[in-house]
Design a protein around this ligand. Structure first.
Ligand code: NAP
Length: 472
């Protein structure tokens, strides 16, 4: 595919190969943009912001609504593209494509809901004869930098609200998975988006990222990706609005009164989806000592039933990781934990880019598999004595994106909701659950700012305060 730059589909001599991680075959190539392309994109986007700001709410709604319909019509093709470039099983690829439609529909609706409010200035002793109201205006140019693991829906979570709010947007998808974002760009243009409204450039983030995020013409950066890159972007960005959706090592607490069959089903679903490459994947399973052995017994057959293979084979339950080097990393971390005293209670082992779903028991909090973001198809199980210790262990992390608890006890559930340090909390399910309309984002080093169209449009706009100084 080509990149969409300055209103045209553009090719370049230097290319990035997009590979299917299952067999390493080349699916397509995309141009490798450089810093001069970014400069061009920035100048065009600045002009684009003026074009976009002139569109009415109705026009923005219509474009996004039409795009959602076009996406729904191309659901199978988009699902296949996602699965091929990212490695997730085809059912998950189709599921992501369907969710992306909802994200775009939600964004379309928000285009009609953006408004300011009157402010009762006369409630202040000095505010008589004043009339005040707010105006919500677009930021201008939005830079949207996306990760590999949800190459369509997470791009929609940025592009949808940015356009709904009347901005122009420069999209920089992950180099491993650029095709879905380029297809989304095609669809938006077909839906009637002025070409000035979007540019989609592919290229190494390490090479072009600084040029994009440092530039003063960018008024808003929306980034989803790793903590390390997020930290770098924050330091480079200077004075501009920034949203950071970063990683996690999400905990799930299993209290002694939990229904263990339900828990095991939830862990098998929320720990291994997309081969564990979900930012809110269940990673640290903190289990009450009283039910520790029974829980492992209930989980083992469920994880062993997760058949691995070609992601496009309808029978596969877990596909390859995004690339073999990632599967090698997961293998290393698990071997390191086992060498330090942990125990492989189920699964494990690697075949190319596929890591076999694993349960690692007797994990201590100092092990890398517990402390850092694993981002692979394995869970780390650690025992605890009581709710206080469970919450302390859950919070013993630099991250705070999502957390879960299984219990029938309302007091424990509420204590968890109040004290667990995470942006999304689940009672009687694992941390990996999301619908696209909800406010979504982390605490601590998992980032700041919220996604979900209703919340993201606020992040993509500025609030102006207008005061009329009247005589009567
Ligand atoms: P990543 O390595 O941080 O890359 C994310 C994006 O940043 C890619 O487009 C990458 O481009 C780009 N990039 C790299 N260096 C850059 C720089 N110096 N300046 C600007 N951009 C740069 O993350 P990933 O491996 O794709 O994704 C996995 C991570 O994302 C995990 O940590 C996961 O938890 C997190 N995540 C968080 C959420 C959330 O909502 N909180 C959702 C999904 C994923 P290249 O691909 O060209 O390097």
């Amino acid at each position: 595919m080509k990149i969409f730059l300055e209103g045209h589909w553009v090719d370049k001599a230097k290319k990035i190969e997009v590979k299917n991680p299952f067999d390493d075959s080349v699916i397509d190539t995309v141009p490798k943009a450089d810093a001069s392309d970014v400069e061009q994109a920035l100048a065009y986007a600045e002009r684009g912001a003026k074009v976009m700001a002139k569109l009415t709410s109705y026009q923005r709604w219509k474009i996004l609504r039409t795009a959602a319909d076009l996406m729904a019509a191309r659901n199978e093709e988009l699902g296949q593209t996602i699965s091929k470039e990212e490695g997730k099983i085809i059912a998950e690829g189709r599921g992501e494509a369907s969710r992306a439609v909802e994200t775009m529909m939600g964004s379309a609706e928000e285009a009609k809901r953006l408004h300011g409010e009157t402010v009762p200035l006369d409630a202040d002793p000095t505010g008589g004869k004043k009339l005040g109201f707010t105006l919500r205006v677009p930021c201008g140019v939005v830079a949207a930098i996306a990760p590999f693991n949800f190459p369509l829906n997470l791009v929609c979570h940025k592009v949808g609200p940015a356009l709904a709010a009347g901005n122009s947007v420069i999209v920089k998808p992950a180099s491993d998975t650029p095709l879905s974002a380029l297809k989304l760009t095609e669809i938006l243009l077909e839906a009637g988006l002025p070409p000035e409204g979007i540019q989609c450039i592919t290229g190494s983030g390490g090479e072009i990222g600084d040029t994009l995020v440092k530039d003063r013409r960018v008024r808003k950066i929306t980034f989803t990706g790793s903590r390390e890159i997020g930290d770098r972007i924050c330091r480079m960005a200077g004075i501009k609005k920034v949203t950071m959706e970063l990683g996690s090592n999400s905990p799930l607490i299993i209290m002694p009164d939990a229904d263990l069959n339900r828990v095991a089903a939830a862990v098998a679903t929320t720990g291994y989806g997309n081969a564990g490459q979900t930012c809110i994947s269940t990673q640290r399973v903190l289990t009450a000592k009283k039910v520790y052995g029974d829980f492992l017994d209930a989980l083992k057959p469920k994880v062993e039933a997760l058949s691995t293979g070609n992601q496009l084979d309808e029978k596969s339950k877990v596909g390859p990781m995004v690339k073999e080097s990632e599967a090698v990393r997961v293998e290393d971390w698990i071997e390191e934990a086992v060498a330090a005293g942990a125990r492989l209670a189920a699964g494990g082992g690697r075949r190319g880019a596929i890591y076999m779903p694993a349960v690692v028991a007797d994990v201590t909090p100092d092990m890398r598999i517990s402390r850092d973001e694993l981002f692979g198809p394995a869970v780390a199980v650690t025992p605890f004595e009581n709710i206080e210790e469970a919450i302390a262990l859950a919070n013993d992390s630099i991250y705070g994106l999502a957390a879960g608890i299984f219990t029938e006890n309302v007091e424990w559930a509420m204590k968890f909701a109040r004290e667990a340090e995470a942006g999304n909390l689940h009672v009687n399910w694992g941390p990996q659950w999301r619908v696209d309309l909800m406010p979504y984002g982390g605490l601590k080093d998992s980032g700041f700012g919220k996604e979900g169209p209703r919340y993201a449009v606020e992040e993509m706009t500025e609030l102006k305060m207008v005061v009329f100084h009247l005589n009567s």
